[in-house]
Design a protein around this ligand. Structure first.
Ligand SMILES: [Fe+2]
Length: 324
């Protein structure tokens, strides 16, 4: 075990042998670089167990200098569970429907610096989000690989949502433990028409009801399950109470001391626990025009469960599918 163990409780996977991995923590609380594995090859079962243990402890793992193929990325992803299609709204590559390719230039197009007049919060918080929580079964893990990486710019941030919960006062913890919140696609309030997909599937709107705190299915940690990008309101509160509490919790989710910042390098691959982190990136897309292309796959997840046993429910739109 690294000497700089995180301050949050970690019990599951504690017996895994992580000694074969070269784990180099980046901060005391989140993020580790992993060396000593070659993702071009199938991994021995012990190595997979060790990587999973490290992932649940450090929440985001960085692998540098991995010149892998799309097939290698898919094989690595399947160690963590069945894969989903690329995205409920957007579609994947023609030859690999699991792979979502993103270019930094798309962020400028989709996030212009002008507010949409009809759009109320969900608050933006500079792009911070948890992947795909507008469906009732968000993906459990996300795996992002650099295809074309600029010499500078395009960094990604992650934050530790177990710490975001742990840092709350006991009385606020008791309050949020029993609450549920609505998550919905950001276009929901703007009234824009859903995209047309090649496969004819409905591309939204998507709306789901989630516990405000979820129990991590592997570690048992309590996770502050607030998605600054898509959590629209808390059930059972007055609107201004809901807005004020979500503002407060979103600030907790994005506190700098809970974060790690990753500077991409060519052939880097990152896997994060989408059940325990939020992220933002590329954080500076508005300030550079260099080409930056990444490819993401996602591992299917369960319906999140709250401390009181509440299970997430779809309100509009289908569940996130599984390709296998
Ligand atoms: Fe994301």
């Amino acid at each position: 075990m690294p000497s700089t163990a995180p301050t949050t409780a970690f019990t599951a996977d504690a017996d895994a042998d992580v000694s074969t991995l070269d784990i180099r923590p980046v901060t005391p609380v989140i993020g580790a670089e992993i060396y000593g594995v070659d993702l071009r090859q199938p991994l021995p079962p012990d190595t997979v167990v060790a990587i999973k243990a490290a992932l649940h402890q450090w929440k985001v793992l960085f692998f540098r200098d991995q010149p892998i193929s799309d097939e290698d990325q898919l094989r690595f992803g399947r160690y963590f569970g069945p894969l989903t299609p690329a995205h409920p709204i957007s579609e994947g590559l023609l030859d690999h429907p699991e792979i979502w390719e993103r270019h930094a230039s798309e962020y400028k197009k989709h996030r212009p610096d002008v507010a949409i007049p009809s759009a109320r919060p969900p608050r933006d918080y500079k792009g911070w989000h948890i992947d795909i929580t507008f469906v009732a079964n968000p993906n459990s893990y996300s795996i992002l690989r650099g295809i074309e990486i600029p010499a500078y710019g395009g960094d990604t941030l992650w934050s530790n949502l177990a710490l975001a919960y742990a840092g709350l006062s006991p009385r606020i913890k008791a309050l949020v433990d029993e609450l549920q919140a609505v998550h919905r696609t950001s276009s929901y309030d703007a009234g824009t028409a859903p995209k047309i997909r090649r496969d004819g599937k409905a591309a939204g709107p998507f709306v789901s009801l989630h516990p405000l705190v979820r129990i991590h299915p592997v570690t048992g940690e309590k996770i502050l399950f607030v998605n600054p990008g898509t959590t629209s309101h808390i059930i059972g509160l007055r609107e201004r109470e809901s807005q004020a509490l979500l503002d407060l919790l979103s600030e907790e989710v994005t506190r700098p001391e809970y974060q790690v910042r990753f500077r991409w390098t060519p052939d880097a691959l990152v896997i994060w626990d989408n059940q325990a982190t939020a992220h933002a990136g590329p954080i500076d897309y508005a300030h550079f025009d260099l080409p930056r292309t990444v490819r993401r796959i996602t591992v299917a997840g369960d319906l999140p469960q709250g401390p009181d046993g509440f299970r997430s429910q779809p309100l509009e739109g289908e569940l996130f599918g599984v390709i296998g």
